[in-house]
Design a protein around this ligand. Structure first.
Ligand SMILES: *Cc1c(COP(=O)(O)O)cnc(C)c1O
Length: 405
């Protein structure tokens, strides 16, 4: 996709707008499957919380992907997008036994991540095939917001509780078919990942009827210049070999599962905004745009640095800007960033806007959420319309007149 295509789509559909390059999503999917081509039974479950538009789900379904879901509503969206229940995994955290039972009744693979629910579920439904989420306590990255493998994480069953886990499984005679880990969003170091994988292999030996091992995700993609990205090809080579050797040892061809979100969709996304105002203070030049953290919260929430291009003036002389939103609260997208000269009315494009961007958007300040467009075969398809005033009023129930006096 070229900047001129982004500019044209912004003119056609209006700003602010999210645009996703379908070809990039496909090439990332193919890259991952190719890296693991030596594994006979590979399965990719797209972690749909990254970007849950139904059209994106359809595109990945056509590629052969399964889905990784974290709520019953995501399961419903997946079924709506045409996924067979057996292509859907459900990996919730902190949800009720009732919701887990409801999802199980839909024919979806459930993944349980605490001993309390495991024991209750196993006692009631000993025959249901269940996956268990292990926490190997491996720190990947260093930011406690995204590293979920550390000792005080709320995710997964601690590997140190394995004896208790095994006892529950024996007592309930429940049917454990898979073991899962997901150590967080930042795999900088393949050796760290392989180390966590060894812990999973060790744990797997305690269960006789496994069908799959699920290594979660956490593949890192570059956000800004010089960022490190996970070397998928290298990981594929090393982990495939180790996985195949483990299957021999275990005595059965298991399925290897990954559940990438960011890796598949992050780089495919661009977020396009219009510059409303250029404002100079004593120290700073602000570019105020027609958006805010209501549409893209990652810079404020995680300190993420999304590269910003001025696609209206790509060859302009670079100057320093702080790019801010229109929310009545501090909503800085970029601080003191070098960007080709910006004029009011220019269109700025944020890169890496595919994952955890639209899916985290809100109506704060009673602003409409943006539209979404999917670019396929050289053509833009509107896959979500801009919101309208009706959307803001939906489900609101005004007080009857007599109650207000
Ligand atoms: C969020 C999540 C993923 C996807 O993580 P990415 O970093 O986006 O690849 C995978 N598995 C589970 C259980 C998750 O919660």
């Amino acid at each position: 996709m070229q900047p001129k295509d982004l500019l044209q789509l912004t003119e056609q559909f209006g700003s602010p707008i999210y645009v996703y390059d379908g070809e990039k999503i496909k090439s990332q999917y193919n890259r991952l499957t190719k890296a693991f081509s030596k594994v006979d039974n590979l399965r990719i479950n797209y972690a749909m919380k990254a970007l849950s538009n139904v059209a994106i789900l359809q595109l990945l379904r056509e590629m052969g992907s399964g889905l990784d879901t974290v709520s019953i509503q995501e399961v419903l969206l997946g079924l709506h997008a045409g996924y067979a229940p057996e292509k859907i995994f459900y990996t919730p955290n902190g949800v009720s036994l009732e919701e887990i039972e409801e999802v199980n009744a839909m024919g979806v693979q459930i993944n349980i991540d605490n001993l309390s629910i495991l024991e209750q579920f196993g006692a009631k439904h000993p025959d249901v095939p269940v996956c268990i989420r292990i926490n190997p306590h491996v720190m990947a990255g260093g930011n406690t917001n995204i590293s979920v493998g550390h000792i005080d994480s709320k995710f997964g069953i601690s590997i140190h509780q394995l004896p208790h886990l095994v006892r529950i499984v024996e007592n309930t005679k429940m049917n454990i078919v898979g073991i899962h880990m997901h150590t967080g969003s930042d795999i900088l170091d393949i050796e760290v990942f392989l180390y966590a994988a060894e812990i999973l292999f060790d744990a797997a030996k305690n269960f006789k009827d496994l069908e799959f091992l699920d290594f979660g995700s956490g593949f890192k993609v570059p956000y800004k210049k010089d960022d490190i990205e996970t070397d998928i090809e290298e990981l594929g080579k090393k982990l495939s070999k180790r996985f195949n050797a483990f299957c021999k040892e275990y005595g059965k061809e298991l399925t290897l599962i990954f559940e990438p979100g960011k890796f598949l969709v992050s780089e495919a996304g661009s977020f396009l905004v219009k510059v409303n105002v250029i404002k100079q203070t004593t120290s700073t030049v602000f570019a105020g745009v027609d958006s805010g953290f209501n549409h893209l919260i990652r810079p404020m929430l995680y300190g993420s640095q999304h590269q910003i291009d001025n696609i209206s003036n790509p060859k302009g002389k670079e100057r320093f800007y702080s790019v801010v939103g229109y929310i009545c609260e501090t909503d800085t997208f970029a601080n003191n960033r070098r960007i080709p000269e910006i004029k009011e009315g220019d269109i700025l494009s944020f890169r890496n806007a595919g994952a955890y961007c639209y899916s985290m958007a809100s109506n704060y300040n009673s602003r409409y959420r943006p539209a979404e467009v999917l670019w396929l075969n050289g053509q833009g398809h509107l896959i979500r319309a801009h919101e309208t005033f009706e959307d803001l009023l939906r489900n609101q129930i005004p007080l009857p007149i007599e109650a207000t006096v």
